[in-house]
Write a protein that binds this ligand. Structure first.
Ligand SMILES: Nc1nc2c(c(=O)[nH]1)N[C@H]1C(S)=C(S)[C@@H](COP(=O)(O)OP(=O)(O)OC[C@H]3O[C@@H](n4cnc5c(=O)[nH]c(N)nc54)[C@H](O)[C@@H]3O)O[C@H]1N2
Ligand SMILES: Nc1nc2c(c(=O)[nH]1)N[C@H]1C(S)=C(S)[C@@H](COP(=O)(O)OP(=O)(O)OC[C@H]3O[C@@H](n4cnc5c(=O)[nH]c(N)nc54)[C@H](O)[C@@H]3O)O[C@H]1N2
Ligand code: SF4
Ligand SMILES: [Mo]
Length: 730
């Protein structure tokens, strides 16, 4: 127990001028454990250290995590509410003046009330995000439905986790992103990772990934690019973007053909096997290879490794999910685990790499167009009744389900939505088909944006409300394992900034709905109501008290009562959440990408991330070290392709699709397929790759196809003037 003693001593060491506040990172779903260092004279955050005593990440942090603390007292922080005086300057940084909270609230209340009087309740909308705590996410859903009384609320998780959610609901009847705790990764025999750039996006998972190979296990990676994990994989399935459904079916075909299935498990615990088996007959290795471009031998080897492994975990991320068949991809890869029975026991299962810090909790408690707290459905009268009881409204007063994130912009463009309350998201950079989305935002009658920096989206707002960074408030978030953890407050809000929940409580009063909100005076009050609202739902947090979270290093949901310690492993009893207790093996015919390549647009464009930036980049582009490491976007091109286009490394080229264009520096790399180009999406204004992406939505999850569309490159003949007349197109 030397370890325990060592940590206790370390924890007790307190510098006379500093204190340490135990918390977690502001960014991704790993939620690495960290201590924020606070100067006890100024009461300001001055630094960070990793927490070695946090079991998931054991002292590890990435470049974003170690600099995250620099956000809080950053010179760009919004210190006061802003009101736009010059409508003609919408979309720019100019034309705002500072105002008091009172003036800002009064203006919002007046404009929102007038719009609703003229155009009906549903003329208003809320667009939110999941960098917020569960408490804030919960209250945002209540704010939309009770204070504004609108059906139109959706959130940035629609661009992130909605396909994983849809796939898990269909396959398992419940959507918890991981069926097992992350510590199990260490002990498994095979990791099958599809569409995840783990080393850059969930870097602190890497010591667990490498440890599988170190112990003699295997790593299989499906990605069109040779990412760091693909480079070291035992098999790299270097598929053409958008062909995962064929690949997953092809592997499942072999798992059946070579006898790797668990017949007893299939018989007792699943539905749909016979139908799936019929469909899979088509997906011979040769047929699969033809669609995916992956060599037959690699497909066979991957199936054999996964099939033979005593324990295996299938993992995936946005690479397979951000497609117009993302839900099918999730279910198709999940089929591998269900056919072989490698699920519902330690060291075997299925997990998605949840993206945002609260990408899991934020999707469960009512920010989604069709969901209420605890994963309840707005279309289920019993569920509605249960939530009405907590909120003190009648079922008739509960708004109906709305539409998905991108579809809200479509309604804005049609003027069916005229008002927007945007918080915790920067869709002017992160939504697909940006020429359309920016136009839709610009023509709103009235827009509010809550953020702590003036984001690209805030520039479209009529009122900007200064919110706080994660370290200036407390609350819970749910990490990528499904573990509910506690964020602690390290510093008081700077300026007159306020946490989002507080703004919503205060605004509700101005909107005449104070009675439903005014009892919420502290974050803890919101937390208590939130636990109650989730009680009895499939994502039940009732038993996850802050004390319990502290005592046992987090609580895995479901946690239904005070004496329930939570559920680290799902389905240990082989009970899935469909009414008959069985999981569903899904027969999923192959569909090509929404936009296939043509002579005119011969390249597959895919988009994603780099280790130094986070999402729209509004936070990380302001951190000096992160900016210096990756100041500009670029387009990755294979050397053979570069030669065909006669372009050189670092040359500026024009990249375009049917929807838009942008210019990027070329990065020539062998780590990409010849028929594919990649651009990171963390950059704003004319650098946004989303000017080019397609808003083809998955029919079930309404997830846009960020991961594939058809593009063309052209050399800009005169680099200096970028003269289109002179450019050469190949
Ligand atoms: N550094 C950093 N880390 C992050 C974030 C960040 O912005 N920056 N964001 C967080 C969030 S919100 C998210 S959602 C996650 C995202 O985490 P990831 O999903 O891992 O990240 P991406 O870069 O979007 O895409 C992953 C991989 O998908 C591959 N890919 C593209 N098309 C296809 C395809 O058709 N099939 C397959 N199989 N693969 C394909 C890409 O080449 C890429 O390597 O990361 C989280 N962590
Ligand atoms: N082309 C392409 N586009 C993509 C993706 C892709 O892979 N390719 N990935 C998609 C994915 S997975 C995601 S998750 C989205 C994310 O896209 P966005 O939702 O735009 O993500 P962020 O950049 O995190 O935006 C959060 C904003 O809210 C602010 N903020 C942070 N915390 C708080 C808070 O507590 N309160 C308030 N009020 N504001 C806060 C930040 O400063 C920032 O401006 O992008 C999607 N877009
Ligand atoms: S891996 Fe994610 S949670 Fe951990 S330090 Fe990096 S950004 Fe933060
Ligand atoms: Mo995400």
């Amino acid at each position: 127990m030397l370890r325990d003693k060592f940590f206790k001593e370390v924890e007790n060491v307190q510098h006379p001028n500093e204190k340490l506040v135990k918390t977690h990172c502001s960014y991704c779903g790993m939620q690495c454990g960290m201590n924020l260092r606070v100067n006890t004279h100024t009461n300001k955050i001055i630094g960070v250290e990793p927490r070695y005593d946090w079991p998931v990440t054991v002292g590890k942090m990435c470049p974003k995590g170690v600099t995250a603390y620099q956000q809080t007292n950053h010179k760009d922080r919004l210190l006061k509410p802003l009101i736009r005086d010059h409508a003609e300057l919408k979309g720019t940084k100019e034309g705002f003046r500072e105002a008091s909270w009172e003036e800002a609230y009064n203006l919002i209340a007046e404009k929102f009330t007038n719009l609703q009087a003229q155009y009906g309740k549903d003329t208003l909308s809320v667009f939110s995000g999941v960098s917020m705590t569960n408490e804030k996410c919960y209250l945002t859903g209540k704010f939309a439905r009770v204070a504004l009384g609108t059906r139109y609320i959706d959130y940035n998780g629609r661009f992130c986790m909605s396909s994983a959610a849809g796939g898990f609901l269909r396959s398992f009847g419940v959507d918890r992103g991981s069926t097992l705790p992350w510590t199990d990764i260490h002990e498994t025999d095979c990791l099958f990772i599809a569409g995840s750039n783990t080393a850059e996006c969930h870097p602190t998972s890497m010591f667990r990934v490498w440890s599988v190979q170190e112990r003699g296990g295997y790593l299989i990676v499906a990605d069109p690019r040779e990412t760091p994990i693909a480079r070291r994989a035992d098999v790299h399935l270097d598929l053409k973007p958008g062909t995962d459904l064929a690949l997953a079916n092809g592997i499942a075909h072999l798992l059946i053909k070579k006898g790797y299935m668990d017949e007893a498990f299939i018989q007792l615990h699943t539905n749909g096997f016979q139908e799936t088996k019929e469909l899979l007959k088509l997906f011979t290795p040769e047929y699969t290879s033809k669609i995916t471009g992956v060599e037959v031998e690699k497909i066979i080897r991957a199936a054999e490794i996964y099939g033979k492994a005593p324990n295996a975990i299938v993992m995936f991320a946005r690479g397979i999910e951000q497609q117009h068949k993302g839900v099918d991809n999730v279910s198709a890869y999940t089929n591998m685990a269900l056919i072989t029975g490698k699920i519902g026991r330690p060291f075997s299962g299925v997990a998605t790499f949840t993206g945002q810090g609260n990408g899991q909790g934020g999707r469960e408690h009512g920010q989604k167009a069709d969901l209420l707290p605890g994963y309840r459905k707005l279309t289920n009268p019993k569920h509605v009744e249960e939530v009405c009881q907590v909120w003190g409204i009648t079922p008739e007063e509960m708004p109906k389900p709305g539409v998905s994130a991108y579809e809200m912009f479509e309604l804005m463009e049609k003027k069916e939505i005229r008002g927007l309350y945007l918080l915790c998201s920067n869709p002017a950079v992160s939504a697909p088909n940006l020429n359309f989305v920016r136009k839709a935002m610009k023509q709103l009658d009235f827009m509010v944006c809550a953020d702590f920096y003036l984001s690209e989206s805030a520039r479209f707002a009529d009122v900007v409300l200064p919110s706080v960074t994660w370290s200036e408030d407390e609350g819970t978030v749910t990490n990528l394992e499904g573990r509910i953890i506690k964020i602690n407050k390290a510093q008081e809000p700077i300026g007159v900034s306020k946490p989002d929940w507080q703004m919503q409580v205060e605004l509700a009063k101005k909107l005449g709905k104070g009675a439903f909100f005014e009892h919420l005076k502290t974050t803890r009050d919101v937390a208590e109501e939130f636990r109650l609202a989730s009680r009895g739902g499939s994502a039940d947090y009732y038993g996850a008290t802050w004390d319990k979270i502290d005592q046992q290093d987090g609580v895995f949901w479901p946690c239904r009562s005070e004496d329930d310690n939570g559920t680290p492993h799902m389905f240990l009893d082989k009970k899935f959440y469909h009414p008959d207790g069985k999981a569903k093996i899904c027969a999923l015919p192959y569909r090509p990408p929404a936009e296939e390549t043509t002579m005119e647009y011969p390249l597959s464009l895919t988009t994603g991330r780099v280790v130094y930036h986070y999402l729209s980049g509004n936070q990380t582009r302001r951190i000096p070290f992160l900016h210096d490491m990756c100041p500009d976007p670029y387009v990755e091109v294979h050397p053979t392709t570069a030669k065909a286009y006669d372009i050189n490394h670092e040359e500026v080229v024009r990249l375009y699709t049917k929807r838009g264009e942008a210019t990027y520096k070329v990065k020539i790399t062998e780590a990409i397929r010849e028929d594919t180009v990649f651009v990171p999406y963390h950059f704003g204004d004319e650098d946004s790759i989303n000017l080019l992406t397609i808003a083809a939505l998955d029919p079930i999850s309404r997830m846009p196809e960020f991961k594939v569309c058809a593009a063309q490159l052209s050399k800009i003949a005169t680099k200096e003037n970028g003269n289109r007349e002179e450019e050469t197109v190949y």
